[in-house]
Design a protein around this ligand. Structure first.
Ligand code: PLP
Length: 338
């Protein structure tokens, strides 16, 4: 790996620049964009912030209720409710665009807690027809459910390298050709003046290298379904399972058992799952995604299980064994306290 700064003009800098521009071409090719449309960032939180800042200026900002916090925290954003399966009803988007002309709509291609897919094709068509802009948070969909979102009419997409096997510390915002944007950080004018700050070259090179790694969606979905059926038979409720979903995600609510208790029990068996969102106290807050889907108390009793690309039958068995033991223990405890 070159040690130079891609903005320096000496030989090491020129070598670094070559690596940077080659990564840009790879990302552009993968996302059906031009290299000039790719803006490297530190990750998707920054890419989303840049999109909201640059595209949302002077426009109402409409967001889905299940968006990632990096979108949800946009000041003044108007939240669109989702249906119980986590999808956005077409009429909700249509009515919001009539009520808020010229809006910027920010939607995720796939949800990080449930894997539920938004109908981006419909959203893009509707936004284009209404003169609205559409930003897609494609973080979870890249590598698992790729689509040509820009070709569908989206204005921009964000991605994050560490979500598809690259290192942490690099992401990108990709903007449709011809749309000028103002930087959040002006700094030294890097990324054609659209994102100041020295690029994290090793992480960016890793991001580009990880794009396009093989992904056996069918095999992973079969394992996911096996886990889901097993857990449902033990009393779990799989949120969003009736909607179109990513192949690798299931969100399992277990009535009466706190998410934290489940997470710790599985962690003790060497299984890493997540739940809701950690707050500064270190305690888990109920999932805003499940709350938006109408799950009430169950939003604090759900874990999300993400199967890695290299999941095996042994790993599935390890999970189901640990899950069954956890449910058995919880039932015993409930009997004792009854
Ligand atoms: N958007 C979604 C849907 C995510 O799942 C995440 C991270 O988990 C982000 C945005 C933020 O990405 P990053 O960690 O690169 O800031």
């Amino acid at each position: 790996m070159a040690a130079g700064n891609p903005s320096s003009i000496h030989a090491a800098g020129r070598d670094a620049r070559k690596i940077l521009e080659s990564a840009r071409e790879t990302v552009a090719g993968y996302c059906h964009a031009r290299p000039a449309d790719v803006i490297f960032t530190s990750g998707a939180t920054e890419a989303n912030a840049l999109a909201l800042h640059a595209l949302g200026k002077g426009r109402p900002i409409l967001i889905g209720a299940t968006e990632h916090d990096s979108i949800r925290t946009a000041p003044g954003a108007i939240t669109l409710p989702v249906r119980p399966d986590g999808t956005l009803a077409p009429e909700t988007l249509e009515a919001a665009l009539v009520a808020h002309p010229g809006a910027l709509v920010a939607l995720m291609a796939a949800n990080n807690e449930t894997g539920v897919l938004h109908d981006i094709e419909f959203a893009a068509k509707t936004c284009t027809a209404q003169g609205a802009l559409l930003h897609i948070d494609a973080v979870q969909a890249i590598g698992r459910n790729n689509r040509d979102w820009l070709g569908m009419g989206a204005t921009s997409i964000s991605l994050s390298g560490h979500k598809f096997g690259g290192p942490m510390g690099a992401g990108a915002l990709i903007i449709r050709q011809g749309i000028e944007i103002e930087a959040l950080t002006k700094g030294g004018g890097q990324e054609q003046g659209r994102r100041g700050g020295t690029q994290a070259l090793p992480a960016i090179a890793g991001l580009a290298a990880a794009l396009g790694e093989p992904y056996e969606a069918g095999k992973i979905a079969t394992f996911r379904d096996e886990i889901e059926t097993f857990c449902i038979n033990l009393g779990a409720i799989a949120a969003g399972s009736t909607a179109p979903r990513l192949p690798n995600t299931t969100n399992l609510a277990l009535p009466g058992i706190r998410a934290e208790t489940q997470l710790i029990a599985l962690d003790m068996e060497g299984i890493a799952v997540s739940a809701g969102s950690a707050c500064s106290s270190g305690k888990l807050a109920a999932s805003h995604v499940l709350t938006a889907m109408g799950y009430g108390d169950l939003a604090g009793q759900a874990i999300r299980v993400s199967l890695p690309w290299n999941v095996t039958a042994e790993a599935v068995e390890k999970f189901t064994t640990a899950y069954a033991a956890m449910v058995k223990r919880a039932l015993r405890k409930a009997e004792h306290s009854a």
